[in-house]
Design a protein around this ligand. Structure first.
Ligand code: GTR
Length: 448
C-alpha cells in the first residue's frame, strides 16, 4: 500500500514536472523558414580518418560502409550486441474492435538468448510486441517502432480494457507513464499520438503495426540502465565503447524484424521503421546496421539522430551525454569539449541507409531538436543516394516535403510531440516511396 502511494506520488511529481516543462517550452520561438547553418562536414564521399575518398558505389559499399559502421560504434553509440536467437514465448490474440479496419490485435512475447545471463527477470531480455494487422489476408507491409510509455498506453480509449492486458514483463515504465499525468494532458502537451500511433489510420493505409516498449530491454534511467548495458556489450569491448541504450534498442528492433519476417501475415520485403525523438535515433541506427528496413521515419530525433551535431546548434553533445549518459558509448561524452576530435556527423548515419527511403520530421519550435541541422544532414547524405542513380534530397522548402526521391523533410508548426499531422505525413511518404503488394482484401484501400 505504502509502495503504491509512493508510486502515485512519484508519478504526480513527474507529471507536474512535465507540465511545467511543457509550459516553459511553449515560449520557445520559431526557427526561421529559410535555411541557416553550414554544410555537413566531412563531405560524405570525401577522405575519412586517413582513408581515400569514395570513388564509386562499389567503393562506398565495400570500403566506406564497414568503416562508418565501425566508427559509429567506437565513437558514438557503443558496440552493437551480436545477432542472437529469438524465441517466441507466447502468442495471445487480444480482442480487436469488430468494426473498422483492424483485423487482429496480438501480443507476441519474445525472449532473446544471450551467451550469458543478465539482470532481466529470467536472465534474458523479454519483449512484449503488439502486432496489429488490417482486415484481410496479407501479407502486409509492416511499420515497427517503440513508444515511450509502452503497450498499455497504445489503447487509451478502448472499450474492452480487460481484453487488452498487453504487458507480461515486469520492467519499469518511466514514472510519468504510471498515471501521474492524465491522458488528456499528455495529448494536450505532446500531441494526440504521443503514446498511441493512429493504428486505425495505419491499417486503413494497408500497413500492419508492431509496437513495443524499449524499456523492456534497457530501462531508460541513467545508472539503472548500466547492468543491462553491460550484459549486452560483446566480450572484449573497450569500456569506453560499451553498448549504449540506443544501440541496444536498435538491436532489439532487428530482433523484432527477425520474428516479423518469419510471420506469414507480414511481407518481409516491406518492413519499415519509425521512432520519435530517442526512439527515432534508435530507428535510424537500426536501419544503418540492418539492411531489411526499406524505409525509416525519424521524427524530432535531434542530436544523435538525424540532426548534425558538430555545429552544436540544438542540444549540445555535452548536454545530451550529461542527461542521458546511458544512451551512448562513454567515449561520446569526451568529444563534447573537443569538436576537432569528432570524425563523424549524422549525415553519415543517414548515408548508411542509402538507397532506402528516409523521412525526417521536425517541429518549428523544437529548437532542441534542431530542424535546420536535420535538413542539412539530409543534404549531406544526398551524394550517396546519387551514387545509386537516385534523385537524393530533391527538396528546397523547409515545410513542404519532397514529392520525388527517397529523402524528404518536413517542419510542422509547434513543439516536441507526435500529432496526427505527423502520422499523416509519414503515411503519405510511405505510400509514395514504398511500393506495396496489391491489397488482398477488397475492403482495404491502399490510398486514403
Ligand atoms: C530529450 C533529449 C532529446 C530527445 C528527447 C526525447 O530530453 O534531450 O535528445 O531525445 O528527450 O526522447 O523525447
Amino acid at each position: 500500500m505504502r509502495r503504491t502511494l509512493l508510486a502515485i506520488m512519484l508519478g504526480l511529481v513527474a507529471g507536474l514536472g512535465t507540465v511545467l516543462g511543457g509550459c516553459a517550452l511553449t515560449r520557445l520561438p520559431n526557427v526561421p523558414l529559410t535555411l541557416t547553418g553550414s554544410p555537413a562536414t566531412p563531405p560524405i564521399l570525401g577522405p575519412l580518418d586517413g582513408t581515400a575518398a569514395v570513388a564509386s558505389r562499389a567503393d562506398w559499399e565495400s570500403r566506406r560502409v564497414p568503416r562508418l559502421k565501425t566508427l559509429f560504434q567506437s565513437q558514438i553509440y557503443g558496440a552493437m550486441p551480436a545477432p542472437a536467437r529469438v524465441d517466441i514465448l507466447s502468442r495471445v490474440v487480444l480482442q480487436a474492435p469488430a468494426k473498422g479496419p483492424i483485423g487482429t490485435i496480438e501480443r507476441i512475447t519474445l525472449a532473446v538468448s544471450l551467451d550469458r545471463p543478465g539482470p532481466w527477470p529470467g536472465g534474458r531480455p523479454v519483449v512484449d510486441m503488439i502486432l496489429i494487422t488490417p482486415k484481410g489476408k496479407g501479407p502486409f507491409p509492416i511499420i515497427a517502432g517503440g513508444t515511450f510509455c509502452g503497450n498499455d498506453a497504445l489503447f487509451p480509449k478502448t472499450p474492452e480494457p480487460q481484453t487488452l492486458k498487453v504487458r507480461t514483463t515486469n520492467m519499469p515504465l518511466p514514472p510519468e507513464c504510471g498515471g501521474g499525468l492524465p491522458a488528456f494532458m499528455v495529448e494536450a502537451i505532446f500531441g494526440k499520438n504521443a503514446n498511441s500511433p493512429p493504428w486505425e489510420a495505419i491499417a486503413r493505409h494497408g500497413y500492419a503495426l508492431a509496437s513495443w516498449h524499449p524499456g523492456d530491454v534497457v530501462p531508460d534511467v541513467p545508472g539503472i540502465a548500466e547492468p543491462y548495458l553491460a550484459a549486452l556489450t560483446p566480450d572484449g569491448t573497450p569500456p569506453d565503447q560499451r553498448t549504449g541504450a540506443i544501440a541496444a534498442w536498435a538491436w532489439t528492433l532487428s530482433r523484432m524484424l527477425d520474428v516479423l519476417a518469419a510471420d506469414p501475415r507480414i511481407d518481409p520485403e516491406h518492413m519499415l521503421l519509425w521512432g520519435h525523438s530517442r526512439h527515432g535515433k534508435a530507428a535510424l541506427l537500426a536501419a544503418a546496421f540492418d539492411p531489411r528496413p526499406v524505409a525509416v521515419w525519424a521524427l524530432q530525433s535531434g542530436t544523435g539522430g538525424a540532426s548534425l551535431d558538430r555545429d552544436e546548434v540544438g542540444e549540445p553533445i555535452g548536454a545530451i551525454t550529461a542527461s542521458f549518459p546511458h544512451w551512448f558509448a562513454p567515449v561520446y561524452a569526451t568529444t563534447a569539449a573537443r569538436p576537432d576530435a569528432r570524425l563523424l556527423d549524422q549525415h553519415q548515419l543517414i548515408g548508411l541507409l542509402a538507397p532506402r527511403s528516409v523521412l525526417v520530421g521536425t517541429g518549428r519550435r523544437d529548437q532542441w531538436g534542431d530542424p535546420h541541422g536535420s535538413f542539412r544532414a539530409l543534404m549531406g547524405a544526398d551524394p550517396v543516394y546519387r551514387l545509386y542513380g537516385l534523385p537524393g534530397f530533391a527538396q528546397t522548402s523547409l515545410t513542404k516535403p519532397a514529392e520525388v526521391g527517397p529523402l524528404a523533410f518536413y517542419m510542422r508548426p509547434g513543439l516536441h510531440g507526435i500529432h496526427s499531422q505527423d502520422w499523416a505525413q509519414a503515411l503519405a511518404f510511405f505510400d509514395r516511396t514504398v511500393p506495396k503488394l496489391p491489397p488482398t482484401a477488397p475492403n482495404i484501400s491502399l490510398k486514403p
